[in-house]
Design a protein around this ligand. Sequence first.
Ligand SMILES: C[S@@+](CC[C@H](N)C(=O)[O-])C[C@H]1O[C@@H](n2cnc3c(N)ncnc32)[C@H](O)[C@@H]1O
Length: 345
Amino acid sequence: MGSRKISTGGPYYHIPVMKKKVLEALSLRGGSVYVDGTFGGGGHSSAILDLFDCIIIATDKDMNSSQIAKKLNKKYQDRINFYNTSYTQIPTLLDSLSIKAVDGLLLDLGVSSMQLDNPKRGFSFQNEGPLDMRMGDSGISAYDVVNNMKVEHLSEIIKDFGEERYSKIIAKKIDDYRKINTINTTTQLSKIIDDAVGNFYKKQRGMHIHPATRTFQAIRVFVNNEFEEIYTLLMGICDYIRLGGRIAVITFHSLEDRIIKNIFDHLTGYSSSKSRYEPTTESEMKYPFFYPDKKFYKPDQNEIKENPRSRSAKLRYIQRTKHLFRENLDIYSMSKYKRIFEELK
Ligand SMILES: C[S@@+](CC[C@H](N)C(=O)[O-])C[C@H]1O[C@@H](n2cnc3c(N)ncnc32)[C@H](O)[C@@H]1O
């Protein structure tokens, strides 16, 4: 699989994952409008534009993506309509552009390599940098969470958004440390976590990840309100997908993937008790979407060898039926976290 590196004009670049499969998933039937909610380095958008004479409506919270979209637009004759905003704004953007229906939506969740590798963004515990982790340039940062959040909330966030079994111990250690010193950098935080639970990790069989991995994930998810934004967009976009159009989502960790799976199962009326080889029934076709084939895809060994960061990627996609989307699926109500969020402001 060709994996063109997308240059950002700086030293960092992003390789789009599962590019060929994403194009198949979106089932590019020569449609005219596709939405790329997570434009990043524009790798997936470019692949779509290379294939078809369509336009792309793209969003990304990251300012740097605006520059990339501008550059790519020279190549693609202004076929990219980029907005530096959250993808939750897509339905509103489509309304403002008088676009009633689109042929497909792609979400490639998480952070780009450009964000991860730039120490100034503070996403990685491996590079010394400020505790930031914001995908955009506003809102609370990792610094606020680590230095100002109540210890019991910190523990809750680390457990809920990082699935970290040692969340209480880590939160307590952070709290002890910040009573004496402000925690300013990624490596400072990473060392505090390592001191707190490094030994537990070493003793646990199968725990090959760095002890800071889950806590960093949790803080990033919280800072960017990632789960609520996924839910908000997927609930808001359904009736903008044209009959036969598709929603394709790439996830990078199990919590994220579970959310997509649950929402897709709900939108398709899929029951996990049923074998995926059984044909779609008449009653399932009353749902606004269906699964065109199997439930998810992963990168092959060649891709993982060429781009090790793709190893945890999972792609799921669903296809629009003629049935209206009506229900409000409130399975990911974030009210509890909203309160914690407000306290930090
Ligand atoms: C994995 S990268 C996408 C890479 C892209 N597909 C490519 O080929 O270059 C994820 C991107 O999504 C953006 N992002 C994450 N959450 C977002 C949100 N709620 N709204 C808009 N952009 C978001 C990030 O800033 C990041 O640039």
